[in-house]
Write a protein that binds this ligand. Sequence first.
Ligand code: NDP
Length: 458
Amino acid sequence: MPPYHYQLFVIGGGSGGVRAARIAASLGARVAIAESFRYGGTCVIRGCVPKKLLVYAAHFAEDFADAQGFGWTVPPAEFSWPQLIEAKNREIARLSSLYEKNLQGARVEVMHGAARLVDAHAVTVNGQHIAAEHILVATGGTPFVPQIPGIEHAITSNEVFDLPQLPRRVLMVGGGYIAVEFAGIFHGLGAQVTLCYRGEQVLRGFDDDVRAHLHDAMVTKGISVRLHEDVTQIEKMSDGSLAVTLAGTPGAPLVVDAVLYATGRVPNTQGLGLEEVGVALDGAGAIPVDAFGQTCVASIHAVGDVTDRIALTPVAIREGAALAHTLFGPDRTPADLTTVPSAVFSQPPIGTVGLTEAQALEQTGSIDIYSARFRSMRHTLSGRDERTLVKLIVDTASQRVLGAHMVGADAPEIIQGLAIAIRMGATKADFDATVALHPTAAEEFVTLRDKVTRTRAD
Ligand code: NDP
């Protein structure tokens, strides 16, 4: 065996890379990892974690208002964006340093710097040449923004967590996860929010009832949702505000203080030397890999967003762990990604697992749909006009539950539990046989009785 410095060299200290490094080291491998920005990656530094902290912050507005229905007199509340951002920064710094400490504790060599591939078994970091038996590319993704005039005045999820002040008027561009989540955050914190999306309904790919339900809830809260709409130009005015020209209403620019582009992400594959060492990229600039995370070069592997498959943290973690076991464990282990649940931390939030109605119909030909819309107990006294949606999709023939969807308070917490049942192949009869937990919103999932049967021919 050539004299490698390490058995595994990981490029990228985000969720997937860190998990692969730690597990590989725990299996006895000599491992090093390099990160050019901050350990923790998108999720910890400018994704899931700070986003969820901002979601909590935003929710207090409704909590204060709802409290009055329960007998509280709440004095006018004041909010400080700089105070929130400072608290968030402290927590992110704590987590980031914890990531480094955990790596060091696992005896992984931790490096700061941008790594570049030199050949199938070597990288350079900070001018140092390092030989490794295996190299893992786990460099994640970066926001994509379409090139329109004035795009330099817009921000993305990279900048939104560090704005010096809360913008008074905000435009979200896009109708995916980030756009709807930040629409809820900024609205809750008191900004005037407009979301413009080029398609016919937000959250393409989610169940249609879920999409419509969230759309209506956002509009009810006072968010202006403009569908079939796109931005053609952004102009900076002398007072610092932004005049945004919309394709659907060209004569009347929308004047805002910030424009947040949430128009998807692209894999971070530039400048790594991938193609020079023989790793061809796909049309989206992503790294194609097999079920075990191996690229077309046997010693080079990739996990997480850089492979452009399911861009979710727990998926990257799964892939990183599976890769480490494949390389250094007793068996080759593909990441098991059957039944991946997902959540959107919109307001109200969404939890979903399994197939949508349209996907289930397409795959099975006949489905039973059970759904309920109701006012949660909290809102009987708060007076808030907000409904919860729960929906189960069942295969008519086998009676297996193929999908569970919810929009409403705690939906992500509830769906995580249901994901276990659905992954295990639970049938509608199993749901019905489960005793309800009263009074909760979750109990609706075991008390759904009215069904609508749909076949592909309908
Ligand atoms: P998404 O892929 O979720 O949504 C992108 C949105 O931008 C879509 O509505 C898309 O429209 C629209 N869009 C794309 N290109 C253009 C364009 N050129 N002009 C106008 N609109 C455009 O991406 P996000 O940026 O919201 O999030 C990135 C990814 O990060 C997500 O897909 C998800 O995997 C992950 N994420 C997960 C979260 C969670 O788990 N809660 C939270 C945040 C992010 P169309 O539908 O027509 O293509």
